[in-house]
Design a protein around this ligand. Structure first.
Ligand code: FAD
Ligand code: ZN
Length: 229
């Protein structure tokens, strides 16, 4: 109760399975007394491209554009574009970040990757020698909740897709852990398009159930071994 949650949601269709997972999270967490904010990226027409438009006013070096340097400098002087400042404020205020999306090419959809690229600016999310356990977003939790086309068997160690943890490495370790954010167990709904209506209902109930005891969970040990051992 009283916890603040930001759900960053990347699906075009509210009637989708991802839309249903989002709705459940908003309802259940609100019921618990959490304050829930949703960044509905497609509805917001969120800009995924990292360009010079993200910097308001003069560039630090207008001769040769360097996105990392320019956004870092702009962050320090309060010169980032309004949409980025708004997202950073939501992140800053959140105790828990939930990412809800369908798996696209073993990764997050481009619009969500663009959110990561543009919002988690140097100086805000990490800094020189302030990364991983020392990242600037310490004290926060994250949870990747996503759906797949492939089955659980396909995403096992001996399966054609390999262990699903391999796709979590860049997201959980490379992004969240890098920024100092602790990582809860991912929540994966395998192949909602290819299972029975009954199985789909079961998966939705399982998400509600998990959310009920979410605040009692311990973060994973987000080290290379968790992913590749
Ligand atoms: P939907 O099709 O929206 O939902 C599935 C079914 O659930 C629908 O029939 C829907 O009506 C129903 N439903 C919705 N809400 C409820 C409810 N409340 N109760 C009961 N039923 C409900 N998959 C991979 O595994 N690996 C990849 O690398 C990969 N790459 C992709 C790349 C692209 C560009 C695309 C487009 C897809 C890719 N996929 C991949 C597949 C993708 O991950 C799945 O299509 C997606 O995860 C399915 O989720 P959804 O929310 O879109 O499902
Ligand atoms: Zn890690």
């Amino acid at each position: 109760p009283g916890k603040r949650v930001l759900i960053v949601y990347a699906h075009q269709e509210p009637k989708s399975f991802n839309g249903s997972l989002l709705k459940i999270a908003v309802e259940e967490l609100t019921k618990q007394g959490c304050s829930v904010t949703v960044s509905d990226l497609y509805a917001m027409q969120f800009e995924p491209r990292a360009t010079r438009n993200d910097i308001v006013g003069r560039l630090h070096n207008s001769e040769a554009f360097n996105y990392g340097v320019e956004t870092w400098e702009a962050y320090k002087r309060g010169g980032l574009s309004k949409d980025l400042v708004e997202e950073q404020k939501k992140v800053q205020e959140a105790d828990l970040l939930i990412f809800q999306f369908p798996l696209f090419w073993f990764n997050m959809p481009a619009i969500l990757k663009g959110w990561m690229d543009r919002v988690l600016v140097q100086g805000f999310a990490y800094d020189l020698s302030k990364a991983y356990d020392g990242g600037l977003l310490q004290g926060k939790l994250s949870l990747f909740s996503f759906t797949t086309g492939g089955s659980k068997e396909m995403y096992s160690k001996g399966g054609i897709g390999g262990d699903i943890r391999y796709v979590l490495w860049p997201m959980q370790h490379g992004i969240m852990h890098f920024c100092g954010v602790k990582v809860l167990e991912p929540h994966i709904c395998y192949a909602p398009e290819n299972v029975s209506e009954e199985k789909r209902k079961e998966m939705l109930t399982a998400w509600t159930q998990r959310l009920k005891t979410l605040w009692k969970e311990e973060p994973i040990d987000c080290s290379p071994e968790w992913y590749f051992k």
